[in-house]
Design a protein around this ligand. Structure first.
Ligand SMILES: NC(=O)c1ccc[n+]([C@@H]2O[C@H](COP(=O)([O-])OP(=O)(O)OC[C@H]3O[C@@H](n4cnc5c(N)ncnc54)[C@H](O)[C@@H]3O)[C@@H](O)[C@H]2O)c1
Length: 363
């Protein structure tokens, strides 16, 4: 069989998510040449170059130079405030783009990214890897098959007890556009809308809280945060009514006095059945009534029990990488459409706007 030409890939932002998710995942999929790395901290780009390209890639501190290179794909892995600018530049320079979540700081930026995508004819996708988890893939199929009926109530859970990201600029409201709502609420809301296949909001009511971010005895999973640098909210809640009358509740926290955290999870209630992931990531329960009896079904995602096979599914990040690279090669479709991610950004902005004004936000 003829070997495929390697796809030439460039990275903008060589921090946590580039090293923790995309670089190992793409390397695992293969068929890729790591051709360029950019970071405003040059040592980070140099380090990635050494580890993934044996020092042979080009290294930049300015993304505008990187997007001029001969590349097929640009990965945008920088803080939220530069997603739009870098993605638009890369698309207009003729590159396919994988941009990290959230798509953008606000809906206006997301629309600029969609315009650039349409103008360039290139692919744009967003890093919502939770969609590729076995429980999410199963639930999507169940929803598409009509197993839940008409889904008219959903909860998007993104609740951490004390897990404030203390590295980079996560707690900086200006650079990120917000705190837990835009950071992890975005994953849970994406999952909820995807399962409901409903992307048309009518209005939203939101509240945001800055109640714990100035405390100094933090008990935080990643060590103490700096109260002076923690300008984003520590928790946020939204009540969203969709145009078809469905309700989506969003709950997001990095710090909240709860005993049971629950993140990147949804609860769905439809006319035929309901579903939830209340037992944590990777779990799923479908509930309903049959033969006049209430039931709960728990799909078994572990097909092990064989000496040479542990039954573990592929990692979500590996499926994400393979799906995107296949789509770039014209061998499959994107699983995360940018229009869907733009609707997530639109709703998050509406929740923030309502929290600020103290009034419902009408879309
Ligand atoms: N999909 C997920 O679950 C997930 C998880 C973590 C982070 N993220 C997203 O990834 C993005 C980055 O997060 P992170 O954890 O990697 O942060 P990070 O701080 O670890 O890394 C960001 C890197 O970008 C560099 N950078 C900043 N501005 C730049 C610019 N203009 N040009 C080039 N480089 C620049 C920084 O120097 C840093 O090395 C954020 O948008 C975040 O929301 C997604």
């Amino acid at each position: 069989m003829k070997k495929e030409t390697a796809l030439r890939v460039g990275f903008v932002g060589c921090g946590g998510i580039a090293n923790g998710k995309h670089l190992p995942a793409i390397k695992g999929v293969g068929g890729v040449e790591f051709a360029a790395f950019c970071d405003i901290v040059p040592e980070r780009a140099e380090k990635a170059n050494k580890e993934y390209a044996a020092g042979k890639a080009k290294v930049f501190t300015d993304y505008r130079e990187l997007v001029r290179e001969n590349l097929d794909i640009v990965y945008v892995c920088t803080p939220n405030n530069s997603h739009c600018e870098i993605t638009v530049a890369a698309l207009l320079a003729g590159k396919h783009v994988m941009c990290e979540k959230p798509m953008a700081m606000n809906y206006a930026e997301a629309k600029r990214m969609l315009d650039a995508k349409n103008k360039s004819g290139k692919l744009l996708t967003i890093g919502y890897q939770n969609r590729y988890r076995p429980d999410s893939l199963y639930l999507k199929k169940e929803c598409e098959a009509g197993g839940l009926g008409d889904i008219y109530f959903a909860k998007a859970h993104a609740l951490r007890r004390r897990a404030v990201p203390t590295w980079g600029v996560f707690t900086d409201e200006e650079k990120q556009g917000g705190g837990p709502l835009i950071d992890i609420g975005t994953h849970a809301l994406d999952l909820a809308l995807f399962m409901m296949n409903n992307y048309e909001p009518a209005y939203a009511v939101g509240t945001t809280y800055h109640k714990l971010n100035k405390q100094t005895e933090t008990g935080n999973a990643w060590g103490d945060w700096d109260p002076d640098k923690f300008t984003a909210e520590d928790s946020a809640f939204g009540f969203v009514v969709m145009k078809n009358g469905a309700t989506v509740q969003v709950e997001a926290s990095w710090a909240l006095n709860i005993a049971d955290p629950l993140e990147a999870a949804v609860t769905l209630c439809g006319t035929k059945a309901g579903a939830d992931m209340r037992e944590g990531v990777g779990t799923l329960r479908i509930n309903g009534v049959a033969h006049n009896t209430q039931y709960v079904v728990k799909p078994a995602f572990d097909a092990g029990g064989v000496a040479f096979y542990d039954g573990k599914s592929a990692k979500d990040s590996d499926i994400e990488a393979a799906t995107f690279l296949d789509a770039v090669r014209g061998k499959g479709k994107l699983y995360v459409q940018p229009e869907q991610a733009a609707a997530v950004t639109q709703i998050l902005e509406g929740i923030y706007a309502s929290a600020k004004s103290g009034k419902p936000f009408v879309f």
